[in-house]
Write a protein that binds this ligand. Structure first.
Ligand code: FES
Length: 402
């Protein structure tokens, strides 16, 4: 029997339990429909810098659920065994899996025998549909064969394909998604109606897509582009972007990445579409140099690495730029992986950083080699003059073994 002290945090509990008990704890997380956060939406002028790269996946599988988002628990897999099983199975094959609601169906809970329409999308516009997807379909030979499809191009080749806009409105997961996503859904539908293009573009709601802090988040089909930092004012630009054979340059500023591509392929696309590209002047470069500060890292083996880091960037980015070991950042800074884990030693005095957010604290529960009071996620720690000063006075940023 496991005895839990009431003073333990969830993180502390996870690090004291064997792995099967830890999984059990994850499975009994409470579901709720109340927003996780009730205050603190950033002002639109303080939008966070977007990572411009999603976790590399070959394709995106979407299950069309008959239950509307207002009845979704915070972790949808707990209510839908079919989604949970499909996610585990197909993610291991490099396919992202998620659920959408297209306004069809008014169930308030999930049936015991689940069967939904499912579609898999590849980033060149190719797709496959399955009308009655159920538990048996998961291991069907047909689907396995379909997954062998090889993408032909980095871009959607048939630009006239029907378009869909999937807006994350998963409010029980994070209220920012419904507070910003809900009004965006309405604004998009109005804009589509006004322009008379409802036969060409549909708006649907999607479950948690990662990166709540960038809400509102949308995925565009068939291109599989993700856009973030959106408000309802962006609705007309998104529609124009989808309808134009020459996509709207302004909307690229909101581009967060494209499903189905490797990091390198996404970087190639960003290099091509970055609206600020070419605006770097010599003056700008001098300014950039001046905006760098010195930081000290120590590898797990004890080697000291002194690097110049750009003010305002985060420690994961610094690690990547300087080839520091152990900082992987698999989720691209979306607080979904803990592979950017590092240590901020409490000496010579606590590092001058903000306290971890609820999401960071939660994700730290998965960090290998976690140390209470020292472990942080590098993607969440900004480079500041104060952090550099701390390093100058003896502070060291520790890198874990892996
Ligand atoms: S990069 Fe995944 S949590 Fe930091």
């Amino acid at each position: 029997m496991i005895l839990l002290s009431p003073t333990f945090t969830l993180r502390q509990i996870r690090h004291r339990l064997p792995i099967n008990a830890t999984q059990l704890l994850q499975n009994v997380r409470p579901t709720h429909s109340a927003p996780k956060h009730t205050t603190g939406l950033p002002d639109p002028i303080e939008w966070l810098t977007l990572p411009r790269s999603l976790s590399p996946r070959k394709a995106l599988m979407l299950l069309s659920l008959p239950v509307s988002p207002k009845h979704w628990p915070s972790h949808l897999e707990m209510a839908s065994p079919l989604l949970a099983t499909a996610s585990a199975h197909f993610k291991s094959k490099g396919i992202a899996v998620n659920a959408i609601y297209d306004g069809i169906g008014d169930q308030t809970s999930f049936a015991a025998e689940e069967e939904y329409p499912v579609k898999i999308y590849w980033p060149d516009g190719y797709s496959r549909s399955y009308n009655n997807f159920n538990m048996d379909s998961i291991s069907s030979d047909d689907i396995l064969k379909d997954l062998e499809y090889t993408v032909k191009s980095l871009d959607v080749t048939e630009y006239e394909k029907p378009k869909e806009i999937l807006v994350c409105t998963h409010g029980s997961r994070d209220c920012r998604c419904s507070d910003r996503g809900g009004p965006l859904v309405e604004a998009l539908r109005e804009a589509i109606e006004r322009r008379g293009v409802s036969d060409r573009i549909q708006v649907k709601e999607i479950a948690h897509v990662g990166g709540h802090k960038y809400a509102a988040n949308v995925i565009l089909l068939p291109s599989l582009d993700m856009l973030s930092n959106l408000t309802l004012e962006h609705a007309p630009s998104i529609i124009s972007h989808l309808l134009s054979p020459k996509p709207n340059t302004k909307i690229w500023a909101h581009w967060r990445g494209r499903y189905g591509l490797t990091e390198q392929e996404q970087a190639q696309i960003w290099d091509r579409v970055n609206p600020e590209k070419g605006q770097n002047t010599e003056k700008g470069k001098v300014h950039e140099e001046r905006d760098k500060v010195e930081l000290r890292f120590k590898t797990f083996e004890g080697e000291l690495k002194v690097v110049n880091a750009k003010l305002g960037s985060n420690l994961l980015e610094v690690g990547k730029e300087n080839d520091l070991p152990s900082l992987e950042g698999v989720c691209g800074g979306n607080l979904e992986c803990a592979t950017c884990h590092l240590y901020l030693a409490p000496s010579p005095f606590p590092a001058p950083t903000s306290e971890p957010s609820e999401e960071e604290d939660d994700m730290l529960g998965y960090a290998l080699g976690y140390r209470d009071g020292e472990s942080r996620l590098g993607c969440q720690i900004k480079v500041t003059k104060e952090l550099s000063e701390w390093c100058k006075r003896g502070g060291v940023i520790g890198l874990p073994r892996f």
